[in-house]
Write a protein that binds this ligand. Structure first.
Ligand SMILES: O=P(O)(O)OC[C@H]1O[C@H](OP(=O)(O)OP(=O)(O)O)[C@H](O)[C@@H]1O
Ligand SMILES: O=C(O)c1cc(=O)[nH]c(=O)[nH]1
Length: 204
């Protein structure tokens, strides 16, 4: 069942043109995982719309307070999760860190930037979940640093079965503000196109 807030966030993403469709296989987008896709959701565009980024930050803050009341630190995923982690940490008045996808090649060679203390309760902030590999990589780095990852909060998920399995296997709860089904239902597409897009996702 799609909730009113999932619909609201999906409508806002659609309203700013964050969702692009390329139905012809020869023009498919390439995702970070290498998956070829007829759809791409560019949540980075939300940075340019203060009202929408505030709606996202407040919704994430509310979700974190409800699901992870013991949170002590937020960790954004580089790069697209970082600005959202900053805005949410401001609302919740919490310290913030961010996690690179690998160790920096120079300087202090950190993968995690910012201050963490072993045993702290951390929530990871991500912009988007496809396979979940990026956010679960951040979760692993944080666990190796000795902190307790309570879970991941993201703006959007494609709800791929492989992502659900990966989060379950990593014993990491995931909550998102909206998802693929809400998005394509609000996208004012032909019924046939909605069916094709759902079948494409379900086959991944
Ligand atoms: O669930 P996954 O299959 O890992 O895919 C989702 C990731 O892909 C995008 O990041 P991208 O690698 O494009 O980098 P960016 O955040 O620096 O833009 C997005 O911001 C997520 O982090
Ligand atoms: O999997 C990805 O790389 C990906 C998909 C998508 O829709 N949007 C995005 O920013 N990244």
């Amino acid at each position: 069942m799609t909730t009113p807030n999932e619909i609201l966030i999906a409508k806002n993403l659609l309203g700013i043109g964050a969702v692009a469709l390329r139905p012809e296989p020869e023009n498919y987008f390439t995702w970070t995982s290498g998956i070829k896709s007829p759809i791409y959701c560019d949540n980075r565009l939300t940075m340019s719309y203060p009202l929408i980024r505030k709606l996202i930050a407040q919704s994430m803050a509310d979700l974190i307070k409800e699901k992870f009341p013991g949170v002590e630190v937020l960790a954004g995923t580089a790069t697209a999760g970082i600005p959202h982690a900053a805005w949410v940490s401001d609302i919740l008045n919490l310290p913030m860190t961010y996690v690179r996808d690998s160790k920096k090649k120079h300087g202090k060679t950190n993968q995690i930037e910012g201050k963490l203390f072993p045993g702290q309760n951390v929530v990871v902030i991500e912009d988007l979940i496809s396979t979940g590999i990026s956010s679960l990589g951040a979760v692993q780095a944080l666990r190796e640093a000795g902190v307790n990852v309570l879970g991941v909060v993201a703006i959007f998920s494609y709800v791929l079965s492989k992502a659900s399995q990966a989060f379950a296997q990593a014993n990491c709860p995931l909550y998102t503000l909206t998802n693929y089904d809400a998005l394509i239902e609000q996208a004012q597409l032909e019924a046939q196109q909605v069916q094709t897009l759902k079948a494409w996702r379900d086959a991944l």
